[in-house]
Design a protein around this ligand. Sequence first.
Ligand code: FAD
Length: 543
Amino acid sequence: MKKVVIVGGVAGGASTAARIRRLDEQAQIVMFERGPHVSFSNCSLPFYLSGVVPNSKRLLMMTPDSFEQKHNIDARVNSEVIAINRDEQYVHVKNTVTGDVTTERYDTLVLSPGASPIVPNIPGNNLPHVFTVRNVVDIEKLHNAIVENDAANIAVIGGGFIGVEVAENLRLAGRNVSLVQSASHILTSFDDDMAQLLHKEMLDEGVNLIVGDGLAEIHTSSVVLRSGKEVAADIVVLAIGVHPETKLAAEAGLTIGETGAIAVNENYQTSDSNIYAVGDAIEVYHRLMGKKVRLALAGPAQRQARAAADHMYGIPVTNKGVIGSSSIQVFNYAAASTGLNERTAKQLGLAVEAVYVIAPDKVGLMPSSNPLHFKLIYEVPTGRIIGAQAIGKGNADKRIDVIATLITMNGTVDDLKELELSYSPMFSTAKDVVNIAALVANNLMAGRFQQVRVSDVRRLVEEGAYIVDVREPNEFANGALKGAVNIPLSQLRERMNEIPTDVPVYVHCRSAQRSYNAVMALNNSGYTNVFNVSGSFLGICLY
Ligand code: FAD
């Protein structure tokens, strides 16, 4: 009978245990968890702060008893594995309540210890009103501190996924929330142009969003930022990133990789073939970057868990690496991304181009139709799709999942153009926004028209460039770019002679669709230097 010992009883650990049991009814499976809970929904933790999850007990999906009863898995909580004896194949386990240390033999060991929140080495970092969010105990402590002290002002430090979700849920709970992000925009899996929409939403919903500034000091009722700015804070939540838990592996002499996480092979075996490792603690191969990265996401952790268990039982594992797909709700918006963003692709030296389209997510007649902001990043001249970002009030995640599938299949802009997707007015448009992005990219690659980015518009205005706004006069009257000439698309053909032929002409409308038609009309009338403003007025307003 094979004996498998697992370190960590949540996403990766519990998934490995469950898969092993499905493959082997006889195996003895012992799962050690340092904390008091196994198998909880880490990803749902922030939603307890707003009451979306009404009771913290609802965050627990399994208990040691249910593991025992349903799966014959011996799950032991309050049990920290403190050392591994690789030569004799046993672990030392400390009971975190009594302090007793025992040993447990293994044939195969699986490490899924996760990643711990980074606490910066700054004055005040250990004050009692400073919190991090990793598990059910953390979120209960934070929730209780806020409620018991009726904390009015909360500073959330870090604009990544956890920081944004915590800030949003605390705002929904009626608190005054400041969100401090040291980078120039929140959620850095998005490009700067896309993130502006999320900034606006945060500000509209009353979050005091501060970007481009970091935390310097924590005081009892405020935080001081690097700029010297002081922000009121009865409670401080640190969400500036996580660090893989490698101490146990490193002390056992297992190889730690170039990223600082546990090194594994394509079957998730560490440098000791009897020891597997999965989840946030390992480094993984990024198939688009062509190098090892750390990726702290639940989906990959669960896939790795299954693959590790399969490999233990001789089931072939196909490991093509990760691409990094994620989604998040930001108040009324859904935001999702996959693959590389434009910034990262360019930093890696890849030859890429991007299109930014804003199209209805459903047929415009439908009551819940809303604009979907969609950015597609592809390699030139191959057209290979390498990333996408979508933000809208509707199903942004569905669009990104389509692109994630294509990236995984090495799909191109042409594949996306021809992709036959389901359609009904309540769900999408006959030509979905993802198809439209591919059509635009296809036209650009074929040289049928030229574009400039929404991020170039400020410079163009300052330079006094010739900008044509092809929206209707009433739209123009409600707000327009300084110096722009209003020639509505409906009048373009009669008034084309007003547009000069000897200077570059930049055309925009509301969402870049009418302006695209205008650009093509101009191109087909002999103009050679005409550019569509990608992102158009909706994008310009955000930038
Ligand atoms: P974990 O699930 O963290 O489990 C590791 C466990 O190991 C811990 O409970 C720890 O106590 C235990 N442990 C560590 N060392 C030892 C030891 N020596 N002995 C015994 N036990 C030990 N991902 C998404 O994809 N989408 C999301 O929306 C999302 N939201 C998130 C929100 C929050 C607030 C958090 C914290 C994470 C979120 N994640 C999300 C990330 C996701 O939860 C992780 O990627 C995933 O849980 C990683 O699984 P893991 O098994 O590696 O680590």
